[in-house]
Design a protein around this ligand. Sequence first.
Ligand SMILES: [Zn+2]
Length: 576
Amino acid sequence: MEPWFIRYPKRYRREKSELRDAGFQAREALLAKEAGIIQLHVDFFHKGKPYSVVVEYPTFYPYMPFQMVSKDIPKGRHLGEYGGAVCFLEDVHQNWEPHYTLAHIIDTQVRGVIDRNLEPSDDPTKEGLYASPASGHIRYRDNCGILVPNFSIPEGHRYGHATLSHGPHVNLKKTPSGHISKVTGTSKQDVLYTVGDDLPNLAGVDPMQLKNQGVRWVRLDRPPAAADDGILDEAIRAWPELEKPNYRNGVDITAIIFQEESTYKCKQVAWVFVVREKQLGVTEPLYFNVRADILDPQIVIARTSRTKPLTGKKVVLIGCGALGSTIGFQLGRMNLNHLVLIDGDHLKYGNLPRWIAGASATGRDKVSVLRELITDANPMINVTTHPLKFGDINQREPEQEMLNDVFDADLIIDATAEFAASHLITLLAKEHAIPCIHVSATNGGFGGIVGRYMPEPEAFCWSCMQEALYQERPEFQDDDYRIRLPATEPGEPTEVRGCFHPTFIGTGFDLDAISMQAVRLAVATLCRGAEGAYPDLDWDIAVIDLWDEDKSIPIDPKMTTYRFAGAHRLCRKPHE
Ligand SMILES: [Zn+2]
């Protein structure tokens, strides 16, 4: 790629002539230019005092902004903690416009930065009221990180020990990860923190498989002054015992804890990990820093606050195939308390384009694989699994256990895509006064139906829907209770090798449109009546077309929705 000053020579000349016209002294670093980079040293006066900045232009200038550092701009909010990066726009990647030039930025922004740093202001018209946390500027090893608790260590403790819990395949020497599961104070008897029961699935593995690594922690009075190796020196000054590495599994891990401004004028605790790796035959260990991330369930809940009423709710998902696996994964990431997964099938290689896990899971129970994906995505949820086919119930113990797990649910989702099972599930749900959502797709993934069936005796039920679907036929003329049929690919489903049942040709992304309607209906149903929550939908049944079945082409999704006041006149059994 040619550098910008070759591609846009006019722009380059304008950049330099504007600096000259403004009376700024600009010198180009020649070595940098030979490498295709323009680096300018610019001297200018502000209120009678001389200042200088070093500016480096990116390859995609002027569509991307330059970076600026300065050694003599006074310290303050607009100068990076490490290296003196000048923060000259409130949000440089949002506010940068390609017609800006360096001369313009110095005149309009950098002068303001100097003034603000000399005389700080809380006036939002002069000042972007943002924090620039020190921990965000430290140099970390890529591709790793450790979860830390959101708690403040009591004042009386300046250093102590902690436990890093991690999965069995974590490489502590190269890419440490995991979570801090325990913190003790100056004496190991002073337990200051242990990971709560509300987070049963951290590390995405069975708790029995977790491994523990001892860590030492120390508190600093302020953010570290250095961004790299010097961090450990500051830690050693605070707790000299750290000088001697305490190797375990070939590494020594130190957690450095300090207060920093995390949001504007608001201080919070920050952690940085320094890992020392034992080198064979060498006395000096290798150092690197590992970033921490605060493990705070509230941060997650705040991002999906409309689903708050799901807290404490239990949902049963029967059928974890192409539709059910996606439903389970999306629903499981919300703040449900308990999700029950039921499916007797195992994952086959042919499932991959329409399932959410990969080839490495072939042969395993779909419910077990789905459980791992969900609990990794949402450490707060409880997931129970029953690798059983729902319909084939006998009086044996696992099946009884499964039924007990079903009948105290707040909602049942039937994604079995089997007529007999759907009939049974919707009947049982009504019997046990549990709202039920049914979802199915048609041949080819051309369309589908999503329906909600409430437990009240007179409420429109799944059997009512079957009657109403028949009303499409011309011989029925019951105008009040007609539901149109969804689009379907003409012909029979294709038999695919390796599959006991015929399956259809169709894409996962077409089916996902139907799954997501089921998730929206499920969340809306669970949030019913709660203020400020995900609002209820104004329909109970949706018929969805994703393809035009006559022309055999995909279309903008077409949805016809229905809500019926009572049962269908031809439907009797569930309403008696
Ligand atoms: Zn009915």
